[in-house]
Ligand binder design. Structure first.
Ligand code: MG
Length: 271
């Protein structure tokens, strides 16, 4: 039901650090999603990771045992594409310093993804093959006047055994070389807030592992925030991660599964 607000209460789950770490699913989270769905709650997935097309995210969820479809998934690639769709002429060249998720999202809104200048805009997102030549092309296009959009500014993503650099680390390199600061599309910025409202309605809870993006998204939506400790946050902030805020958010759990009873009670109280 893309584009229509749903009356069904929704739990909007972040993916990296909530549902999986890298390619490893978090079993308690998978069970938690199953329990929420069985209780009649809509579960949506709202990720700042722009690297994969929506169909690939859905396939990964299905491999984890979660039955989802494309309408259930929103990424910062969609938010970046929506931001540029509203600001550029159809068919404009957009340099994708990002993964296939951004390329697909740009195509779907009628923009032309390219990998070198000239370009009307540059979108920077997480991808593993970022290198010096790409930094050179992206920063050069921005110095020549292209709009600079970052999918998000997340410093890191959790992977088995630790953290890896996130979209924010790549955006910082492009910002340094271009001398410009990016517009940010993903959580917790307005393009993503608008997408979440459009897709999932007005009655929900955000579950995430990163207070600065997931918690701030919840605040922007006026929804409660549930923090899980399966990702980048801990009582004492790990390097590249975040501390549990003081005061803490209303719900804090070791994992999504542990939070299910609280989430169901909270949604019942809001209906
Ligand atoms: Mg996360």
């Amino acid at each position: 039901m893309t584009g229509s607000a749903s009356p069904t209460p929704v739990v909007c789950c972040d993916l990296d650090g909530v549902i999986w770490r890298g390619d490893e699913p978090i079993p308690a989270a998978i069970e938690g999603v199953t329990e929420l769905c069985a209780a009649g709650v809509r579960v949506g997935f709202v990720s700042n990771n722009s690297s994969q097309p929506i169909a690939d995210v859905v396939a990964k969820l299905e491999r984890c045992g979660i039955d989802a479809d494309g309408d259930d998934v929103v990424t910062s690639a969609l938010a970046a594409a929506a931001l540029l769709r509203d600001g550029l002429a159809p068919g404009s060249r957009v340099l994708a310093c990002a993964g296939p998720g951004v390329v697909q999202a740009l195509l779907e809104v009628g923009l032309e993804p390219v990998d070198r200048p000239p370009a009307a805009a540059v979108v920077v997102g997480f991808h593993r093959n970022f290198d010096f030549d790409e930094l050179d092309r992206a920063s050069s296009a921005i110095r020549d006047g292209a709009r600079f959009v970052a999918a998000n500014l997340d410093a890191t993503y959790p992977v088995p055994g630790g953290l890896m650099p996130g979209s924010g680390a790549i955006a910082a390199a492009v910002a340094t070389a271009s001398g410009r600061s990016p517009e940010v599309a993903g959580k917790p910025e307005p393009p993503m807030v608008a997408l979440v409202r459009e897709r999932f309605g007005n009655n929900g809870i955000v579950v995430g592992d990163r207070p600065s993006s997931d918690g701030a998204l919840a605040a922007a939506l006026g929804w409660p925030f549930a923090l899980v400790l399966t990702g980048v946050s801990a009582a004492i902030a790990p390097p590249g991660g975040e501390a549990i805020p003081d005061p803490p958010p209303p719900y804090v759990g070791e994992d999504l599964g542990a939070l299910v009873p609280s989430l169901l009670a909270a949604l019942a109280a809001r209906t």
